[in-house]
Design a binder for this molecule. Structure first.
Ligand SMILES: Nc1ncnc2c1ncn2[C@@H]1O[C@H](COP(=O)(O)OP(=O)(O)OP(=O)(O)O)[C@@H](O)[C@H]1O
Ligand SMILES: [Mg+2]
Length: 370
């Protein structure tokens, strides 16, 4: 299984803006990488360039040491020479062919010997848990079963790389969850490199070994999902990951020794960076994950604007002056609307953003200052 390397990959459609802008990333052998970002950010275009279905305007693509695309060297390997499997959002099974035939057909076209085809189809059907449906037609299968057939068909020729473009988006919520688990298991058992396009942050979080978060064709951050969640590079990344999303509070900062006193008319807090950084007075944005707003006996006074219990946890909206904070209280708890609750901060995963550049300056701890 190869390592895929994109070097300064750029795609311009006509005279329009850049769909993908100087993308540099390395997808290591055996990884499950998600390309994540809002609609139109360039995910599909990137995937299609890796597959060879779209020609980059500039840059180079390598599969291990082999250059499969280079505008300067004039190299552009066709999709069939790249040995990648491609699974689209609107996978179409051939309706007049059985499951078995849907999977074997491609292998026949590749001139595989008959006995090898038979063994492979049976093997992949077992992996995808569709053995019992091999003789059925697509119309006789549920959506999830059809999806599994489509994946089996893509995997049958043993592609080194499996590229998937929102393959679960047509399924209902329950099936989508089952298929996510299936894909994760599949990634382990097939030992292939997966590149997966989604605009669903929770899908990217739960499935991937690494997430590439893209905004307007520009890569914002490329790292393991929990790192993206806990230590986002900028406000866009912080806001994109997590539901309910991170709270952003505009504050003024005044340097006080190794910490900053942050104030926003309604509360004063001391921010102490986890690792020493150069501090200065100025405007900042404080990023607070809802799970780090703790309802306590004492602390900052707030009014309960809404309380949404789900059974396992309750999402709260708390008003402090004109600032609204979302909070998560774990367990089966409920709070009366308009009641007064106090909250406090604990831990050291609060994020200090520069107000102007919106960049993450530091993670740190918060302490209420009277
Ligand atoms: N064939 C094309 N001709 C012109 N512009 C295109 C073409 N394909 C894509 N684009 C533009 O390139 C940008 C990136 O498109 P792309 O399909 O890669 O986005 P995406 O991230 O996959 O979005 P979505 O989540 O909606 O599928 C968009 O602005 C889109 O309009
Ligand atoms: Mg797309």
């Amino acid at each position: 299984m190869p390592t895929i390397k994109l070097v300064n990959i750029t795609k311009k459609f006509g005279k329009g803006s850049l769909a993908v802008d100087k993308l540099n990333m390395e997808i290591k052998n055996g990884e499950f990488v998600s390309l994540l970002g809002p609609s139109g950010c360039g995910k599909t275009t990137t995937l299609r360039m890796i597959a060879g279905l779209e020609t980059p305007t500039e840059g180079e693509i390598y599969f291990d040491d082999e250059c499969v695309f280079s505008d300067e060297k004039g190299i552009n390997l066709s999709p069939d020479k790249r040995n990648v499997g491609f699974l689209f959002q609107n996978y179409a099974l051939w309706p007049h062919m059985t499951v078995y035939k849907n999977i074997s057909f491609g292998l026949e076209n590749m001139k595989w010997p008959k006995d090898k085809i038979d063994a492979r189809v049976k093997e992949i059907c077992k992996t995808m848990r569709i053995e019992e449906y091999m003789n059925r037609y697509p119309a006789e299968l549920s959506g999830g079963q059809q999806q599994r057939v489509a994946i089996a068909r893509t995997l049958a020729p043993n592609p080194k790389v499996l590229l998937m473009d929102e393959p679960l988006s047509n399924l209902d919520a329950k099936l989508r969850n089952d298929m996510r688990a299936e894909l994760k298991r599949l990634h382990k058992t097939t030992d292939s490199t997966f590149v997966y396009v989604t605009h669903d942050q929770s899908e990217a979080m739960t499935l991937s070994t690494k997430v590439a978060l893209i905004k307007l064709g520009i890569l914002q951050q490329y790292c393991p999902p929990l790192e993206l969640y806990g230590d986002p590079a900028n406000i866009f990344c912080a806001d994109f990951m997590g539901n309910p999303s991170m709270n952003f509070v505009n504050v003024k900062g005044v340097k006080d020794g190794d910490s900053l006193l942050l104030n926003n008319d309604h509360f004063n807090v001391r921010f102490t960076p986890n690792d020493p950084i150069e501090l200065k007075d100025g405007d900042y944005v404080l990023g607070i994950r809802p799970e780090f707003v703790k309802i306590t006996e004492e602390g900052i006074e707030s009014r309960v604007i809404s309380s949404l219990p789900s059974g396992m946890e309750t999402t709260l909206s708390l008003g402090v002056g004109d600032v609204t904070l979302s909070a998560v209280a774990f367990g089966s708890v409920d709070f009366a609307m308009d009641s007064v609750e106090h909250f406090n901060f604990e831990g050291n995963k609060y994020v200090l953003f520069d107000k102007e550049s919106e960049k993450n300056l530091s993670l740190g701890s918060l302490e209420i200052v009277e």
